[in-house]
Design a protein around this ligand. Structure first.
Ligand SMILES: O=P(O)(O)OC[C@H]1O[C@H](OP(=O)(O)OP(=O)(O)O)[C@H](O)[C@@H]1O
Ligand SMILES: Nc1ncnc2[nH]cnc12
Length: 199
């Protein structure tokens, strides 16, 4: 059996767990060229990673979207977290032949919703879903742009579980290793957590 965690790019080493495929050099190149790093945004002390350049790069977005969902086995939907996770989640859903479950910021969905609050590197927020959006037992891969403290993904995993959906994988473009979010996320799910690039 091939070593699925092996990679020619040292920055990827250790950024995946479980038997999930690692990204190719083309995905890593697209991420690096489509990313900006801005100090002291949105508040002092935060080094903000923005992927707007990647979102606007047609070939790069396609490559990264495929890499995000690769290796998780059969799934029924991709869950994208508002707002930057919508871009990647929708592209990953199309790439894998699935629809996208929109995990919304609080107050955007009408009717009865499930809600989870969480802390971020620079604030706090709440996420919501309608439990009727997918059938019970639906196999879902959660997609977002950045794993920082892990609060957003932990809240999303809780929402999926409360709705009766099966989280079979979590995939992000960037993992900010020093913030320790991977351990936080892995404490609430046994699903593999894949980061295409660890910084
Ligand atoms: O691991 P964490 O510490 O939770 O941080 C990661 C989250 O932070 C950002 O979301 P933000 O709420 O800033 O939303 P946006 O996508 O609407 O810009 C990012 O898009 C991730 O969802
Ligand atoms: N440093 C950071 N850059 C971009 N998105 C983030 N989300 C949480 N921390 C972040």
């Amino acid at each position: 059996m091939p070593d699925l965690n092996a990679s020619a790019d040292p920055s990827v080493s250790g950024s995946t767990s479980g038997a999930v495929a690692v990204p190719g050099a083309d995905a890593i190149a697209a991420i690096r060229s489509g990313m900006t790093e801005t100090p002291d945004f949105p508040s002092e002390g935060i080094l903000f990673r923005d992927l707007s350049g990647l979102f606007a790069d047609a070939a790069g977005l396609r490559t990264v979207a495929s890499a995000l969902v690769e290796g998780f086995g059969p799934i029924d939907a991709v869950a994208g977290v508002e707002a930057r996770g919508f871009v990647l989640g929708a592209a990953a859903a199309v790439a894998s032949g699935n629809g996208m479950l929109a995990v919304r910021k609080a107050g955007k969905l009408p009717g009865e919703v499930l809600n989870e609050s969480y802390a971020l590197e620079y604030g706090s927020a709440s996420l919501e879903v309608h439990p009727s959006t997918l059938p019970q037992g639906a196999r879902v891969v959660i997609v977002d742009d950045v794993l920082a403290t892990g609060g957003t993904l932990t809240a999303t995993i809780r929402l999926m579980e409360r709705a009766g959906w099966d989280v079979v994988g979590v995939a992000v473009v960037l993992e900010l290793v020093d913030l320790g979010g991977r351990a936080v996320v892995e404490a609430v799910t046994s699903a593999p957590v894949k980061a295409l690039l660890a910084l």
